[in-house]
Design a binder for this molecule. Structure first.
Ligand code: ADP
Ligand code: ZN
Length: 715
């Protein structure tokens, strides 16, 4: 093959440059070497074997664990004009026969197969008779028992290296854990493979953790500026998932629930609707995600505490695979920690309990950290950073410290007074002098610490208690429902020998405002055009039965909206546009961009016009702007809350001002013909004179528009 891999990158996939370490990996595989590639989700693993598949003779065999993922990959390749197919249990015998024939004739560049299918003896035999470009093992961690997604079917793949000793093999995973990595290499027998580990950072994801207070209200506040965006909300239990879904629906969001308790059909329906952008939000237990390759997930919310930093990172990693700015929001409540702990401690396996508690503790420390989130996360995965990231809640809004010595003394002595037998909630009630029945029964209203903390709100106390626990002054006994006790470190505080410095409770609303950026489709300078391009993409995708991201990624649409190409040549310059997509979609997208340009030009003229006509009343301006948005008459009526006749009079007046207003657009063509015939005879008479003799269903509004247009035409 004489074209370079750079040419292929541009002409087939539409990208201008490689990401690290794509180029090196591709060169290795093209040269016939084995490669082990560790790259985070969204890093761009697929190209690493897809380009070699086009540069080596024969068919590339790709092993992938999930049928839905295979189908997306194949659709995406076909859209780029690459001969690809999948071979799995979802095919009808006829389809399977067709794929077989393509395979025999050497017509395929890539074949995606499920592991159990690949390792069937007959299939292996057939492969042995073919020219093979390479083997690519996606989600290779599935082969390891250490990994978090072990699949027995994957174990057999370990035989491939021995069976096909001359075919290069590339194994890919996003797993960070070194133990698992070693195991994958051993199981696949690729000890000699070059190992590439791409950085784990996902710079386009903004990490935010806020204290969980009124979770539903907090979630709704977060979603408010993201109406048009796709996202996942993770919750711990099925029940919680159902509740949150219900609330989001009643607040007007397109949301659906996803959990293991739902029938298979319902789950695949939800997953499919989400992929096709027909559904904005999926509220899910962790059961949702592995089968999701959707690149334009804009946010991931953890409504409840994830059970480990690994799962948190994996789940948040489902946001922003397309590289565009995305959000990871976690609501963190002490109550969740207790729930999680008691679930873990229910197990009989002491070793598992120990490990899982450790993982949970790491998660809690992350959530409570007052240092850059990204540094904390990357450090957890062994990647120490020297600088703060400037793209997390702590960096954006550093917590302010305050001297909490007095408050801490009150809290600690109250814990002591209630006998170290009660949880934070009760201690706070006593401190604030609450009059609940329980307090009265326990005679805790008689304690010396009763009501001494009434100057602080529950939220403030909650924040203080939490930090006292985190800093080790208080210990929480999870075997006794989170009862608080004093640690030795509390004594010096109570004796007034130590100062306690805590972080201010983060102002949740402020954090939310800071983190809520304008959506891609929002009012940014290119927002309107982006919306139009997205609508066109959806229409084209539905017409060919593929998810919208197969047509173009969000990243490509954003760039299109910014660059506004006018020619095919310019269109081809947009990242993500290759030859095939130019051929297939170029004209349609270019037309939308050109139309939008004209409209924008007109709008600019309207702007100028308004500037130079200060005498145009505000109410006329209002109607003019709606007209320029292209609204129908009834839409204008409801937007302005005025009568139809008023709007009609406005439009007529605007036309009379000399503005280009197409009044005829508002009148039914048949009626227009009748009215115009009469105008030709009578001239511009009064509306009532005009109405005489015309059919009854012609309204005064119709007449007004027709007359206005006629007047306009006359001069
Ligand atoms: P992974 O399999 O590692 O999760 P993908 O292969 O699905 O990631 O790639 C993620 C996204 O990045 C896709 O939208 C893909 O088109 C895009 N991408 C990959 N490589 C490049 C590149 N060199 N330039 C621009 N975009 C790229
Ligand atoms: Zn940071």
């Amino acid at each position: 093959m004489s074209t370079s891999i750079h040419d292929t990158l541009k002409t087939v996939f539409g990208f201008g440059s490689f990401r690290a370490p794509q180029q090196e990996v591709i060169e290795q595989i093209v040269a016939g070497e084995d490669v082990f590639l560790v790259m985070p989700t969204g890093g761009g693993k697929s190209l690493c074997y897809q380009i070699p598949a086009l540069h080596r003779e024969g068919v590339a065999v790709v092993v992938s664990p999930l049928i839905s993922l295979m189908k997306d990959q194949v659709d995406a390749l076909l859209a780029n004009g690459v001969a690809a197919a999948c071979f799995n249990s979802s095919l009808s015998p006829r389809e399977a026969g067709q794929v077989s024939r393509q395979l025999e004739k050497g017509e395929l560049d890539l074949l995606y197969v499920a592991p159990e299918r690949l390792m069937q003896p007959e299939f292996l035999e057939r492969l042995a008779g073919l020219k093979l470009a390479l083997f690519a093992i996606d989600e290779a961690h599935c082969i390891s028992q250490w990994g978090h997604d072990f699949r027995p079917d994957y174990v057999k793949i370990g035989r491939l290296r021995g069976l096909f000793p001359t075919v290069p093999l590339v194994a890919m995973t996003a797993t960070a854990d070194p133990e698992t990595r070693r195991d994958i290499i051993r199981q696949l027998g690729i000890e000699q493979a070059r190992v590439y580990v791409a950085g784990f950072d996902r710079p386009n994801i903004t990490y935010t953790v806020i204290p969980k207070q009124k979770p539903l209200a907090q979630l709704l506040a977060f979603l408010k500026t993201r109406r048009d965006e796709a996202g996942i909300v993770y919750a711990l239990s099925r029940k919680r998932v159902e509740q949150v879904t219900e609330r989001l629906r009643s607040a007007g969001y397109e949301a659906a629930a996803y959990h293991a308790g739902l029938p298979d059909e319902e789950r695949s329906r939800v997953q499919d609707a989400f992929r096709r952008d027909d559904l904005r939000i999926v509220v899910a237990t962790v059961a949702f995600g592995m089968g999701i390759d959707k690149p334009n997930v804009r946010f991931v919310v953890h409504y409840d505490l994830p059970k480990s930093v690994e799962s948190y990172y994996q789940e948040t990693g489902r946001a922003g695979r397309d590289g565009l700015p995305s959000e990871a929001l976690m609501l963190f409540g002490m109550g969740d920690v207790m729930t999680a702990r008691s679930l873990i401690e229910n197990s009989d396996n002491a070793e598992r309990v120990r490990i899982e508690l450790q993982k949970l503790n790491a998660m809690v420390s992350y959530a409570e950290a007052l240092t850059c989130r990204r540094r904390a996360l990357l450090a957890y995965f062994g990647d120490q950073r020297e600088h703060d990231c400037d793209n997390c809640d702590i960096c954006n809004d550093p917590p302010q410290r305050f001297d909490a010595t007095e408050a801490a003394k009150k809290a600690l002595s109250c814990v002591y007074r209630v006998g170290e037998r009660f949880g934070a909630r009760h201690v706070i009630d006593v401190l604030r002098g609450a009059k609940g029945q329980r307090i009265l029964e326990l005679r805790h209203d008689k304690l010396s610490t009763y009501g001494i903390g009434a100057d602080l709100s529950v939220v403030e106390w909650d924040n203080i208690m939490r930090q006292l626990i985190h800093l080790g002054y208080l210990v929480q006994d999870f075997t006794r429902f989170g009862a608080l006790g004093l640690s030795p470190a509390a004594r010096p505080v109570l004796r007034g020998e130590t100062q306690v410095i805590l972080g201010h409770p983060r102002d949740i609303i402020r954090v939310e405002e800071k983190t809520s950026r304008r959506g891609l489709s929002g009012e940014g300078p290119h927002g309107a055009l982006f919306g139009l391009l997205r609508a066109l993409r959806k229409q084209l995708a539905d017409a060919s039965g593929v998810p919208p991201f197969v047509v173009f990624s969000d990243a490509t649409l954003v760039e299109m909206a910014r660059a506004r190409p006018r020619t095919e040549q310019e269109f081809l310059m947009v990242s993500g546009v290759g030859n095939q997509k130019l051929k297939r979609y170029g004209t349609q997208f270019l037309n939308v961009i050109a139309d939008h340009g004209r409209l924008a030009g007109e709008q600019a003229q309207v702007g100028d016009y308004l500037e130079s006509h200060p005498d145009l009343s505000d109410t006329l301006r209002g109607t003019l702007l709606l007209y320029r948005e292209g609204l129908t008459l009834s839409q204008m009526v409801s937007r302005r809350g005025l009568k139809e006749s008023t709007i009609a009079a406005h439009l007529e007046e605007l036309a009379a001002f000399g503005l280009e207003i197409d009044l005829r657009r508002f009148v039914d063509q048949d009626k227009l013909t009748l009215i115009e015939a009469r105008l030709a005879v009578l001239g511009p008479v009064s509306l009532s004179a005009l109405k005489e003799g015309l059919p009854d269903d012609i309204t005064y509004t119709d007449l007004r528009f027709a007359r206005g247009a006629w007047n306009h035409k006359a001069d």
